[in-house]
Design a protein around this ligand. Structure first.
Ligand code: NDP
Length: 461
């Protein structure tokens, strides 16, 4: 019999926290979990899930236009922002309920309170001031939007958190950043009829992706009417009438109704009692963990965004399952962070797995690059001017496909399955002997027989 109140206490009710608490409890461990806001965490409450619902909403505008080419006459249309937000909130509340139910069914104790560490085995529940003790503790408190405190007027800006609950849809918005959130929300707001501008400090949006997709997406977004200002930053934001005035370094002054910051997310490690417990942080404030998600304190573990390894929901869940295997099933398992498929739910969408051409060129002496750019069938009758890009990066020495990149409809769905093939170590020959599925866009992935070009020692030949 353990001398602690709990075998496991989890701080944070997001993807990683709920998974570790629920599974440990279902294995018969005595588990407590505390969440200060809402169960489900960033992904469910103000991230992936509501974002995807907004993406769907923002696409109808083009669907209505495209319908004409297929013989449909769509009558007058209108959009009701409040109705969308209410419908989204209802769905999020349903999902939150499922998260709680899962914990409850597994017989975990659920606390609706902020919790902080007192020492390596003690947690204080702030709502009632009580302390509980635990043999093991998992910290899975996630991250929060970078507030860009150095920007004068940053307090006038919103982040993705507020974007999900705006009272009214703005008429114009300036979004700062060139990553996942900035790009996805630029497309969402534009699709809903908001005059949208993106400002990004670098040469091209989505710095960690393959250059072809970055350029292709940039062009497609501009063609839709989204203004993209690269090589630029905001100098300050001030109030101007009902809206805001933004001075930029290189593009003059912009007047907009709303400014949204999407400049990365910081680990939520402040005032958590980590110092008191002896848990080490890195220079970005993320919890330092070993390969098994163990912190510098042997009985304290950290999972998900708070460790700033890869800030993605499925990664946090995977890390939680590895923690369970290691600590409660006597099966030491390290999280595998290689070949993670990922999507940017932009319009067109990006789906990718493995190395970009640039990174592959650094890792391998010779590459074969297979690239196709074409108009998807759906765009023929609709008349929409859009292109799909598909790209396979092959290591010439062993013919392994080391990167697969798609821009276009359902790119994320395809990237999920390409993730299986790359993980299985498939070669280009495996792709070549796979029968095409006709007529699909994905068939292009198995019918690119001749390399478009080669990269030798970093040079295109
Ligand atoms: P990202 O890391 O994707 O992008 C941050 C952007 O902000 C980059 O373009 C970066 O520029 C820029 N930036 C950072 N600091 C500054 C600064 N001081 N001034 C100007 N620009 C700056 O972060 P996001 O906030 O978009 O998203 C957070 C995380 O959430 C992502 O990393 C991702 O893992 C996850 N996410 C995943 C989604 C998905 O799977 N579809 C969707 C949304 C979020 P630079 O490139 O030059 O560094």
């Amino acid at each position: 019999m353990s001398s602690y109140d709990y075998d496991l206490f989890v701080i944070g009710g997001g993807s990683g926290g709920v998974r570790s608490a629920r599974v440990a409890a279902s294995l018969g461990k005595k588990v407590g979990i505390a969440e200060e806001y809402r169960y489900g965490g960033t992904c469910v409450i103000r991230g992936c899930v509501p974002k995807k619902l907004f993406v769907y909403a923002s696409q109808y505008h083009e669907h209505f236009e495209d319908a004409a080419g297929y013989g449909w006459s769509v009558g007058e249309t209108s959009f009701d922002w409040k109705k969308l937000v209410a419908a989204k909130d209802k769905e999020i509340a349903r999902l939150e309920g499922l998260y709680r139910k899962g914990l409850d069914n597994a017989k975990a104790d659920i606390f609706d309170t902020r919790a902080e560490l007192v020492d390596a085995h003690t947690v204080r529940l702030l709502k009632n001031g009580k302390t509980v003790t635990a043999d093991r503790i998992v910290i899975a408190v996630g991250g929060a939007p970078n507030p860009h405190a150095a920007l004068p007027g940053h307090e006038l800006c919103i982040s993705s958190n507020e974007a999900f609950h705006l009272e009214t849809l703005p008429t114009s918005i300036l979004i700062a950043g060139g990553g996942y959130i900035a790009v996805e929300f630029a497309n969402i707001f534009h699709g809903l009829g908001v005059k949208t501008t993106l400002i990004y400090r670098g040469a091209e949006i989505l710095s960690r992706f393959d250059h072809d997709l970055r350029k292709g997406l940039h062009e497609a977004m501009e063609a839709k009417g989204i203004r993209i200002l690269c090589h630029d930053v905001m100098e300050d934001v001030t109030k101007a009438g009902e809206g805001l005035r933004v001075r930029t370094k290189n593009h003059g002054t912009l007047d907009v109704e709303t400014v949204m910051l999407a400049l990365g997310r910081d680990p939520n490690t402040k005032n958590l009692g980590l110092e008191a417990a002896g848990v080490k942080l890195d220079e970005r404030g993320a919890i330092v963990v070993d390969e098994y998600s163990r912190t510098s304190v042997p009985n304290i573990f950290a999972l998900g965004d708070v460790t700033d390894r890869v800030q993605l929901t499925p990664v946090a869940i995977h890390e939680a399952m590895c923690f369970i295997e290691t600590e409660y099933k006597n099966n030491p398992t390290k999280p595998d962070h290689q070949l993670i498929p990922t999507a940017v739910f932009s319009q067109p969408e990006i789906g990718t797995v493995g190395l970009s051409e640039e990174d592959a060129a650094k890792a391998h002496a010779e590459l074969e690059v297979y690239r196709a750019q074409f108009r998807p069938m759906k765009a023929t009758l609709s008349g929409r001017d859009e292109k799909m890009i598909m790209k396979l990066i092959v290591n010439a020495s062993d013919r392994k496909v080391v990167g697969a990149h798609i821009l276009g409809h359902d790119a994320g769905e395809m990237a999920q399955l390409l993730g299986v093939t790359l993980k299985a170590g498939c070669t280009k020959d495996d792709f070549d002997r796979t029968m095409a599925l006709h007529p699909t866009a994905a068939e292009e992935l198995v019918t690119m027989y001749t390399p478009s070009y080669r990269i030798r020692n970093g040079e295109r030949v």
